[in-house]
Design a protein around this ligand. Structure first.
Ligand code: ZN
Ligand code: FE
Length: 259
């Protein structure tokens, strides 16, 4: 099974899976890059997976459905361009001969879902399509959910197998890493990862997919329970957060204001 990120807009990726002339795309905010990829690959679009209702993730859904007849899956509690198959946590989506487990990950939006496939092919690592919930070294903004919800969603994703390939919907890695370094200046794997990502971006190469194991080491939003992160948040924000949710909330607020 081939995995290709299709760059779009400023910094979006529409993830495409394809094999034997059939393809699936996640969060197509625009039809044109998807149509171009289908033509290049000689593939037919059979399914569209949507993680949440924002326009940069749904703008191409109607045009692609009309042009290809692809089946659309999306979060049950959000307004996705219909008709679509409503999915909620615990549901299974079948497409391209694969099984995707639907995981509820509220926080960025109230009904945001992620798609996890633990067996995309012989010898292939699991796949996670997490939309705007988990980014490499960062996480989505809390537009509709609470810090407690977002932290629970992120910890759910962080508990997936370490080799899971994390397919995020935006190339935000370098700016996330600048903030992560401010939070954990002494985290050696984080410094090494920043150097690696800067080299990739200098060549125009995506930093994604990441892996769950790497994110556990470098992503401050998955590390709200680490003493170093707690201390850093406390001194930067002048607060004394009493629990991981308070640490996470203060960390997210700090990032919102970070330049
Ligand atoms: Zn979004
Ligand atoms: Fe987005």
């Amino acid at each position: 099974m081939k995995l290709t990120p299709l760059p779009a807009f400023e910094d979006n990726y529409f993830w495409m899976l394809h094999e034997s002339g059939k393809a699936l795309v996640v969060d197509p905010g625009d039809a044109a890059p998807v149509q171009a990829a289908l033509q290049r690959l000689g593939a037919k679009l059979v399914a569209i997976l949507v993680t949440h209702h924002h326009r940069d993730h749904t703008g191409g859904v109607n045009a692609l459905r009309e042009a290809t007849g692809a089946v659309v899956h999306g979060p049950a509690s959000e307004a996705i361009p219909g008709p679509f198959n409503p999915q909620r946590g615990g549901d299974t989506v079948r497409a391209l001969g694969l099984r995707f487990e639907v995981i509820d990950v509220p926080g960025h939006t109230a009904g945001h879902i992620a798609y996890y496939c633990n067996n995309p092919g012989p010898g292939e690592a699991p796949l996670l399509f997490c939309g705007d919930t988990l980014f490499s070294a960062g996480c989505g903004r809390l537009f509709e959910g609470t810090p407690a919800q977002m932290l629970a969603s992120l910890e759910r994703l962080s508990a997936l197998p370490g080799d899971t390939r994390v397919c995020c919907a935006h190339e935000y890695t370098l700016s996330n890493l600048r903030f992560a370094r401010a939070v954990e200046p002494d985290n050696a794997p984080l410094a090494a990862y920043q150097a690696q990502c800067e080299a990739l971006r200098a060549q125009g190469t995506p930093t994604l997919p990441s892996t769950v194991a790497l994110e556990r080491e470098v992503n401050p939003f998955l590390r709200s329970r680490q003493a170093g992160v707690v201390q850093s948040v406390a001194s930067a924000r002048g607060t004394d957060p009493q629990d991981p949710v308070a640490v996470f909330a203060a960390l997210r607020q700090w990032k919102n204001e970070f330049r």
